[in-house]
Each structure stands twice: as structure tokens, then as C-alpha cells.
Design a protein around this ligand. Structure first.
Ligand code: PDD
Length: 280
């Protein structure tokens, strides 16, 4: 595998970052994950726009402009000879002797881009069977709308899910489900409308969430952006999650409680089909 690291394409085994990189010492960095399906980037525009937003919110310099970034993103996929790929992009505030305050102006940001094979069949199989989730306290900081690499609470939640044999964790703050450890959470209400937590500082505004809203509008399915409780989710006819890597994946159990019939529901199915058709 080949990675792009600060201006060079290197084998992943030889790809290194400095021990005083601020990403390493302070999680002072941001990232994006996007997919390439049949050689085409999905939602690239949205991911680049969110990258810019994350940089802006943290007053971080962009490593390069969009045109250059697009070239590197495509080149990494090409050099790894991938048709279906999962691309990881990370920007940190760069290398400087450890000091909490920002390094001097002009310190170049670090940019790393990697790509690995994206198994579409696995996702389809999961969507076919549906996945189970657990609930887990949302102990994250106050700006989770910024896609930073500070993901320890997310990692702990995903680990708890994994130990429980579940695919994801519904994060709960004050009784309400905010989102999941690495995806957005949705339910379908009794009227067939989609319900998902509104954007703001307590969720990451998913790019797939945005595209799913557009798909729902095309399908004339109503979308209500409001918080929902864990109890409401457990009693909902359907639940599902969205992310760049899982698309739209039906949730068929929460904390062992069966959702709807215990099988993927029709609304989530339609939405997944529409998402795939739109992105392709
Ligand atoms: N995660 N919420 C959180 C906390 C996330 O980390 C992600 C993405 C999402 C969904 O966003 P999007 O639809 O733009 O992928 C929501 C990526 C996939 C990751 O960390 O691997």
C-alpha cells in the first residue's frame, strides 16, 4: 500500500510522522473519510467542504488548495490500484516543540492521505441482515461538529459495542440519542417520517446524512430534524444509521430490544437504494 505523506508517495510501512506532530501530542488535527466506488469518489464535494469548515473552526491552515487535493486524492487511489476504496485524509497543525498554544505562524500543516480496499459486499450483507447497536453515554466534548482526530470517547463506545457483539453504539446525552460513534443515528416514526438529531455542536454533520435527506426529499419521505430519546428509538418501527462507509444501514436491535419486525424495514431499504443510485 502507498500513502501520501507531506509531499511524497511512500509505502505505508515506511510512512512516518514526526514525534512532535501536534496531531500525535494534542489530537490537534482533523480528518475526512470518503469512499471511491467503481473508480468514482462519492460526495467528494461535501467532504472537501466539511474539511474546509473543520480547518476554519480550528484556525488551521489548509495544506493545499482543492484542485491540488483532488489530484492527490485520485493519485493515492490510482497508485494503490483500487476500484473501490476507503480514503482517509488527515491534516494536523504540524510539527513544533510541545506547547499547548499554537506553533508560530507559517508552521506547515501535516497532510496524510491513505487508501485501502473497500469491501462493498460486506456492507450489502450487513444491510441485508440489519445490525444491532447498544446505547452508550455520550461523554464527548462540546464541539463534536468539528471532525477532529480526538476520537477516544468514540473509540471507547465502539469497543463497548464490539464487546457486546454489536455493530455500533447509539450515544446518549440527557436521554437523547445524539448520533453513533462513527455514524449518524435515525429512526422512522409512526407516520413513516424520518427523524434525526438536528445539526449543531452535539453531532457531526454527516455528509451521508445530508445526502440521505436529499434522497428522502426525492422519494417524498418527510424528514424531521429533532432530538429523539432512546426509549422512542426502541419503540420505533425502524431505525438506521448513515456514514460514508456504511451508507444507509438498518438497525434491527437496540440493547437487545427488537426494532419493528426485527428485520430491515422498508423505509431504510428504499433510502439505501436511493442513496446508492444517487451516488453512483
Ligand atoms: N465517521 N458521526 C460521527 C461521529 C462520525 O465519525 C461520522 C463519520 C459520521 C458520519 O459522517 P459521514 O456521513 O460524513 O461519513 C457521523 C467516519 C466514517 C469515520 O470516522 O471513519
Amino acid at each position: 500500500r502507498i500513502a501520501y505523506v507531506n509531499g511524497q508517495y511512500v509505502p505505508v510501512s515506511k510512512a512516518m510522522v514526526h514525534i512532535e506532530d501536534r496531531g500525535y501530542q494534542f489530537a490537534d488535527g482533523i480528518y475526512e473519510v470518503c469512499t471511491v466506488v467503481n473508480g468514482r469518489y462519492w460526495d467528494m464535494e461535501g467532504h472537501l467542504a466539511r474539511l474546509d469548515r473543520s480547518l476554519r473552526e480550528l484556525q488551521m491552515d489548509a495544506p493545499m488548495d482543492h484542485a491540488a487535493l483532488r489530484v492527490v486524492m485520485k493519485e493515492v487511489v490510482r497508485r494503490n490500484r483500487l476500484k473501490n476504496a476507503l480514503v482517509y485524509m488527515q491534516v494536523t497543525r504540524g510539527v513544533a516543540p510541545r506547547n499547548h498554544a499554537f506553533p508560530p505562524e507559517g508552521t506547515p500543516p501535516s497532510l496524510v492521505i491513505t487508501a485501502r480496499r473497500f469491501n462493498l459486499n460486506r456492507g450489502d450483507a450487513l444491510a441485508e441482515s440489519g445490525v444491532s447497536v447498544i446505547s452508550h453515554p455520550d461523554i464527548r466534548w462540546g464541539r463534536v461538529d468539528i471532525k477532529t482526530v480526538g476520537l477516544l470517547p468514540n473509540a471507547l463506545a465502539k469497543q463497548a459495542a464490539s464487546e457486546a457483539g454489536a455493530y455500533e453504539a447509539f450515544l446518549v446525552r440527557d436521554g437523547y440519542v445524539t448520533e453513533c460513534s462513527s455514524s449518524n443515528a435515525w429512526i422512522v416514526d409512526e407516520s413513516g417520517a424520518l427523524v434525526t438529531h438536528p445539526k449543531g455542536n452535539t453531532i457531526l454533520g454527516g455528509i451521508t446524512r445530508q445526502t440521505a435527506i436529499a434522497c428522502a426529499e426525492e422519494l417524498q419521505i418527510k424528514v424531521i430534524e429533532r432530538p429523539f430519546t432512546l426509549e422512542e428509538a426502541k419503540a420505533a418501527p425502524e431505525a438506521f444509521l448513515t456514514s460514508a462507509t456504511s451508507f444507509v444501514t438498518p438497525v434491527t436491535a437496540i440493547d437487545g430490544v427488537r426494532i419493528g419486525s426485527g428485520k430491515p424495514g422498508p423505509v431504510a431499504r428504499r433510502l439505501r437504494e436511493a442513496y446508492k443510485a444517487r451516488a453512483a
